[in-house]
Ligand binder design. Structure first.
Ligand code: AQP
Length: 333
């Protein structure tokens, strides 16, 4: 059976971008004859400073988000990364396989480190090698991600290929990113050229999964757009990033193609389309945030689910790490 792995960082509240670009798609892949492994990647989160208490809370909230979005811990393996030490162990091997030149080309590091890269953590720089280990410690071949993670999945292939070549083996499989649907890159509501992000200083730029109905409606009403009504056809969205973003969000939330949505809303002014989008967003997101709050009332149950998932994950990861150590020549592996 093909194996799917993906993760989300507990580095703040979940956004609509994380939900549509990742979490909703994780849930959609579950139970269709494939093995699905989903992770709260807490070790990635600490590549930038996280207050310890906040990290605990965000880890539990993200887990509650997964469960509320429909992830079933009996169908998928759900756990937090630090409880499966094989990720970090394999990451060290991969740090020794990946080349500095490859890491230097990672655009996310450049974006996140900003102008003062000297002050960024070594972990932020090495992050893509840990991500390769997250995936390959399960021999996962499919990784559902948003568009922004494509380069990291390609690096995972490069690391697997170099490992296999250097050690004369075919041990690690080639992984494919799965980037599908209308919302693989949800943009900021304030700037159609920037992706919607947890860490954007402007709260108005994103919809948080915990926003209430009023906040969601207000953010959509105030979302930046051009003054023209929607074009009559999909092709007319090409040069209009803000309009395209809102239509993509509508399509993803309503589980329709962009063409089908445009057949309904093409030509409408934003004064008509925005309230439709706000109603749809509230109808889809409010039940998830209610469920999330309900799960958060029982943190011990969340911790139990994570520990159970970690135990099942280790059963897969541990023999793969052991075999890797043997291939590399570690005595006692
Ligand atoms: N705007 C987005 N549109 C579509 N997909 C997105 N993802 C993130 N933003 C969007 C996808 O969500 C998954 C988890 O992302 P992450 O938490 O590991 O980190 P990130 O990509 O760095 O997300 P953020 O929200 O932008 O966090 P910060 O602000 O901390 O950097 C990934 O599959 C990602 O593609």
């Amino acid at each position: 059976t093909p194996r799917v792995f993906s993760g989300i960082q507990p580095s703040g509240g979940l956004t609509l971008g994380n939900y549509l670009g990742a979490m909703k798609r994780f849930v959609d892949m579950q139970g269709s004859g494939i093995e699905t492994i989903y992770c709260v990647v807490d070790m990635h989160a600490i590549t930038v400073w996280q207050d310890p208490q906040a990290l605990q809370k965000q880890t539990r909230e993200l887990t509650a988000g997964y469960l509320a979005a429909g992830l079933d811990p009996t169908k998928s393996i759900l756990f937090n990364q630090s409880q499966v030490p094989e990720h970090a162990q394999l990451a060290w091997i991969f740090n020794c396989v990946a080349r500095l030149g490859w890491m230097n080309r990672m655009t996310q590091f450049k974006d996140k480190a900003g102008k003062n890269a000297e002050k960024a953590s070594l972990g932020l720089y090495a992050y893509p090698a840990l991500m390769a280990a997250d995936i390959l410690v399960y021999h996962a071949t499919q990784v559902p991600v948003g568009e922004d993670q494509k380069q990291h999945v390609e690096l995972t292939r490069d690391i697997a290929a170099k490992f296999n070549h250097d050690y004369g083996t075919e041990f690690f499989p080639m992984t494919d990113p799965v980037i599908e649907g209308a919302a693989t890159r949800v943009m900021s509501l304030r700037d159609g050229s920037k992706k919607m992000s947890k860490s954007d200083p402007s709260d108005a730029s994103r919809i948080n999964m915990t926003d209430d109905a009023d906040a969601i409606a207000k953010k959509i009403r105030k979302a930046k757009t051009d003054p023209e009504p929607l074009p009559s056809e999909t092709a007319g969205l090409a040069e209009r990033p803000e309009a395209r973003n809102l239509v993509n969000i509508y399509a993803a939330l309503s589980e329709q193609s962009v063409d089908a949505v445009m057949a309904d809303v093409g030509g409408k002014p934003f004064s008509e389309f925005k309230p439709m989008l706000a109603d749809l967003a509230v109808a889809k997101l409010a039940p998830i945030s209610t469920e999330m709050a309900r799960y958060m009332e029982d943190p011990a149950e969340i911790d139990r689910i994570l520990a159970d998932g970690a135990g099942r994950a280790r059963k897969i990861a541990s023999p793969i790490l052991k075999k890797t150590y043997e291939i590399v020549g570690m005595v006692g592996a």
